[in-house]
Ligand binder design. Structure first.
Ligand SMILES: C[S@@+](CC[C@H](N)C(=O)[O-])C[C@H]1O[C@@H](n2cnc3c(N)ncnc32)[C@H](O)[C@@H]1O
Length: 128
């Protein structure tokens, strides 16, 4: 995991990232509504690159499990310190790494896939 490109950067900016207001709140709300419309209460969801957990915390209460992962331990530390529904669990994991809690019905990633160096290899490794 230490070879995640940009990991030192994400760890360093995590506190600032958490404090930053959502840049386009309307677009973000649209995204949340769009994603929620595709989810069922019984779904087990894997989120990759969850950052400080905002999306997991907004949507995770509506599904059976929302397993939110990020390569950055600092991001996960901040996410894990927030009050969360019982269905939301955070874990440090690299995109494509096997994660406890599967099999998953849904895998999602927001503002993450452009960051992985080999997208095809990452998508092929994603464990559901
Ligand atoms: C632009 S932020 C997006 C965070 C969140 N998904 C959002 O929409 O606000 C990218 C996140 O992806 C994480 N990340 C970057 N490369 C990663 C990788 N290879 N595997 C897992 N997480 C990664 C970073 O630590 C950071 O939290």
């Amino acid at each position: 995991m230490t070879d995640t490109p940009g990991l030192a950067f994400w760890n360093r900016v995590a506190d600032r990232y958490a404090a930053r207001p959502v840049r386009e709140p309307e677009a973000y709300e649209d995204t949340l509504a769009h994603v929620a419309a595709h989810l069922a209460r019984s779904d087990r969801v894997l989120e990759i690159g969850c950052g400080t957990g905002s999306t997991a915390l907004r949507l995770g209460g509506g599904v059976a499990l929302w397993r939110a992962t990020d390569a950055s331990p600092e991001m996960i530390r901040i996410a894990g310190a927030k009050p969360a529904p019982a269905s939301v669990r955070f874990a440090q994991a690299e995109a494509g790494e096997a994660v406890e809690g599967g099999p998953f019905d849904v895998v999602c990633a927001f503002h993450l896939l452009h960051l992985v160096p080999d997208l095809e290899a990452t998508l092929a490794r994603i464990h559901v």
